[in-house]
Design a protein around this ligand. Structure first.
Ligand code: NAP
Length: 327
């Protein structure tokens, strides 16, 4: 796979670059420079979300780098954002998207994802909670939210819509009502959570899969001291030595070779650059399956909260919580 084919084609005909820049946990003060550096290094895919609370600063980077006489044409950039859980009510969907467009200083998005299948109480508090720490939920049917997202495509405000953190049953549920079909599923995916069944399920139905936390999300807040450290995996380190690449590059190459988009986050220029340099070598078929055999179905991204002094999975009680099904 050469640099010339470093994208996948969505069912809409859009080209989606196989490597994008993640922006969760990229703080205001850092994220603008990270995005500007990534664009100058050749990235043409940026992954955003309203809940990351940094879209306004990413918009400043876009304003400086994108447009006539600024070096990069808008149509050559692929920008994703996500509808947050507090905005699932059909009346809230378009205003939420317009807020994101205003912050990002864009006229349209290439892809808008429903961030999670479960909803929180409507309003502007991103994490509405009771005094005991338990989330305040909302029970809007995600199919109604989807119908409101379809209108954004009809209005030309987004080119494609998709899902994030939905399981296979929930994807099929959306497909059963969709006039505009989901183009992408974004889920956690890396060698310890290979997602083979879910990827096959999506590919059969024409959805491209994007791997989030492709490096195991080592900078997230609720990191467990005993968790396996993906970038320290001996089998991956061995391949890194063989190819004179970093463990991160081996993992990203594995994803692109199996036609999965990956969106590593970094605010460090040298890492931003190296994460894109995965199109100048190839893993053998045996190496691809060896990395696949490291799967432990291990999830790093299970949002946790403290309730009555105890750390618990935040949304497990919501009927649309996605992670109770096998895949
Ligand atoms: N849809 C969802 O629910 C969802 C959930 C989670 C994530 N996401 C998206 O996916 C993106 C990526 O996931 P993530 O942020 O959780 O984690 P990640 O990309 O797996 O890991 C990011 C961490 O890895 C470090 N890193 C980056 N490149 C590296 C390299 N080449 N070598 C060593 N370390 C490296 C970064 O450090 P520095 O920044 O310090 O360089 C940062 O600490 C997010 O930013 C977000 O856009 C979506």
């Amino acid at each position: 796979m050469s640099a010339a084919c470093n994208f996948l084609v969505l069912h809409t005909g859009q080209k989606m670059p196989l490597i994008g820049l993640g922006t969760w946990k990229s703080d205001p003060g850092q994220v603008k420079e990270a995005v500007k550096y990534a664009l100058s290094a050749g990235y043409r895919h940026i992954d955003c979300a309203a809940v990351y609370s940094n879209e306004a600063e990413i918009g400043e980077a876009f304003q400086e780098c994108i447009g006539p006489n600024k070096g990069i044409k808008r149509e050559d950039l692929f920008v994703t954002s996500k509808l947050w859980n507090t905005k699932h009510h059909p009346e809230d969907v378009e205003p939420a998207l317009r807020k994101t467009l205003g912050d990002l200083k864009l006229a349209y998005l290439d892809l808008y994802l429903m961030h999670w299948p479960h909803a929180f109480e409507r309003g502007d508090n991103l994490f509405p909670k009771n005094p005991d720490g338990i989330m305040r939920y909302d029970y809007t049917d995600y199919k109604d939210t989807w119908k409101a997202m379809e209108k954004l495509v009809e209005k030309g405000l987004v080119k494609a819509i998709g899902l994030s953190n939905f399981n296979s049953r929930q994807i099929d549920d959306v497909l059963s009502v969709a006039t505009v079909k989901p183009a992408v599923l974004q889920v956690e995916c890396h060698p310890y959570l290979a997602q083979n069944e879910l990827i096959a399920h999506c590919q059969k139905r024409g959805l491209v899969v994007t791997a989030y936390s492709p490096l195991g999300s080592p900078d997230r807040a609720w990191k467990h001291p005993d968790e396996p450290v993906l970038l320290e995996e001996p089998g991956i380190k061995k391949l890194a030595e063989k190819y004179s690449k970093s463990p991160a590059q081996i993992i990203l190459r594995w994803q692109v070779q199996r036609k999965v988009v990956a969106i590593p986050k970094s605010v460090t220029p040298a890492r931003i650059l190296q994460n894109l340099q995965v199109f100048d070598f190839s893993l053998t078929e045996e190496e691809v399956s060896h990395i696949g055999s490291l799967n432990k179905n291990y999830r790093y991204i299970v949002p946790m909260i403290t309730v009555n002094g105890k750390l618990v999975a935040r949304d497990a009680e919501h009927p649309n919580y996605p992670f109770k099904d096998p895949y």
